[in-house]
Write a protein that binds this ligand. Structure first.
Ligand code: ZN
Length: 466
């Protein structure tokens, strides 16, 4: 779930207010009933990796598609891990375009009953909100996609090309990632011209109404490295000049001075172009100069210096996050190790980042090793046709023109794997949300009831158009 970075940016600029009264309801009431039933079932099924499973839910949802008359071959529950299976459903189209992949994950992060005011694994409606673990991340949007595709099928609506719906496991826990598994083992099931991943934010509510649709087209690549110093050690009563902890500490001090080069990409330029309209003075001028292609280097430098948020959107960052070492209070350390976590700009090579870390450490006795291989994940091109359709669908539903803006996430979603595999991916959904009220992964997670049903109309408008 990626919206967190957007949230902090706009946190000071918004307030909670009822949505405008413009929303056009183009879907039948029976779909509202179905969507509510799906959400109840999905929230009511524990899909945490700690004490739940996605498999049972994938199988129950598969039954719904089979009962509705989908061909068996078009409804597949797949995966190696018995607790973490994925559901892939294909709605057949007219073959006039390549398939489009629709992606949502079924798993949720842990929620403890004692931390919540309501049972996290039961859908609770209260004061205009649906509460439950996964309402926002991302079973709400998943339930909406299922309802939309089931109704399309029931109505006999055939889209221009296939829609493939992948409801996956392991997005949150990193143990057994569903989309990675599908890419490696069943690529034919999900092959598509591009993917829409609903695991992001919906239209952002500001001043009481949805104002903008932010579409993530790029994300930074997550990569961690261990920095390890080894030493023969000895008795602490007889210190030697070469000490593993001092050596590592000295290297970390040199690393603290490392600054990665500043630069922009299509996602960040598009993002700052929109943001510039919300600010004034030098800051707005700098944002516009950053949004220009090529960006003005002096403006990029000034903007990066304003906040850690802006800095993180304009360069790769690496920071030590873990430190271990030593064997006993009375022994010279035989080992000292730091873990450095990097968020790499999507158009930069992880190998280059590793080389820069080594150069900054300037000590061959500090061994640098990646914790896991980092995918390279180039930004997805701004898909003008898709963006135009998103804008039209939003206008049809909420009754006013809404800018559709690209952005780069400093966080991570499953789209990183799709982009690495060569499939463009666009992260957004139709559930409008107040940017000051993002409770994904948190206590009393919730979505607006009204937004949930409006998202069905948004899906209808968007997916009938593509
Ligand atoms: Zn998510």
């Amino acid at each position: 779930m990626n919206r967190a970075m957007n949230v902090c940016l706009f946190a000071a600029m918004t307030m909670l207010a009822p949505l405008g009264a413009h929303a056009a309801d183009t879907v039948p009431k029976s779909e509202h009933v179905l969507a509510h039933d799906l959400l109840t079932q999905m929230i009511g099924t524990d899909t945490t990796s700690e004490h739940g499973s996605t498999t049972g839910l994938a199988e129950q949802l598969a039954q719904r598609f089979l009962k509705a008359g989908f061909a068996k071959a078009d409804v597949q529950v797949v995966g190696d891990d018995p607790k973490r299976r994925n559901l892939v459903v294909r709605l057949r189209g007219r073959g006039e375009r390549q398939p489009i992949l629709l992606l949502a994950h079924l798993d949720v992060v842990e929620a403890r009953r004692e931390d919540w005011h309501y049972d996290p694994f039961k859908l609770t409606e209260l004061d205009g909100y649906y509460y439950g673990r996964g309402t926002m991340d991302i079973k709400g949007a998943g339930a909406g996609l299922i309802a939309t595709l089931l109704r399309f099928h029931q109505e006999g609506f055939k889209p221009k090309g296939d829609y493939i719906l992948a409801l996956t496991a392991g997005e949150e826990d990193g143990v057994s990632n569903g989309i990675q598994w599908l890419l490696a083992h069943r690529p034919e099931l999900i092959r598509a011209q591009y993917s829409i991943n609903v695991d992001g934010g919906g239209p952002e509510i500001r001043n009481g109404r949805p104002e903008v649709v932010a579409v993530e087209t790029a994300e930074k690549v997550y990569a961690s490295y261990t920095l390890t110093v080894r030493n023969p050690g000895g008795h602490s009563s007889l210190p030697t000049p070469d000490n593993a902890i001092y050596r590592l500490a000295a290297g970390l001090m040199r690393l603290s001075k490392l600054e990665f080069p500043l630069h922009t990409n299509s996602a960040t330029r598009g993002y700052y172009a929109r943001l510039a309209t919300l600010y004034s003075g030098q800051l707005a001028a700098d944002m516009r100069a950053v949004a220009h292609d090529p960006s003005d280097p002096a403006a990029v430098k000034r903007l990066a210096a304003t906040t850690p948020y802006n800095d993180a959107h304009l360069r790769t960052t690496c920071v030590p996050t873990l430190l271990t070492g030593g064997d006993a209070e009375n022994a010279l350390p035989q080992m000292a190790r730091a873990t450095v976590n990097c968020r790499i700009m999507p158009d930069e090579q992880p190998a280059h980042v590793e080389a820069m870390i080594k150069q900054a450490l300037a000590d061959p006795q500090i061994a640098v090793a990646p914790v896991a291989p980092a995918p390279t994940s180039p930004p997805s091109p701004i898909n003008k046709v898709l963006f135009a359709h998103i804008g039209e669908a939003a206008k049809a539903v909420w009754g006013h023109a809404m800018p559709v803006s690209p952005y780069m996430s400093a966080g991570a979603s499953d789209s990183v794997f799709l982009r690495a595999a060569g499939m463009p991916s666009y992260v957004f959904n139709g559930i409008a949300y107040d940017v000051n009220d993002d409770r994904s992964h948190g206590q009393d997670e919730r979505i607006l009831v009204k937004s949930f049903y409006e998202s069905l109309a948004f899906n209808d408008q968007l997916l009938k158009g593509l």
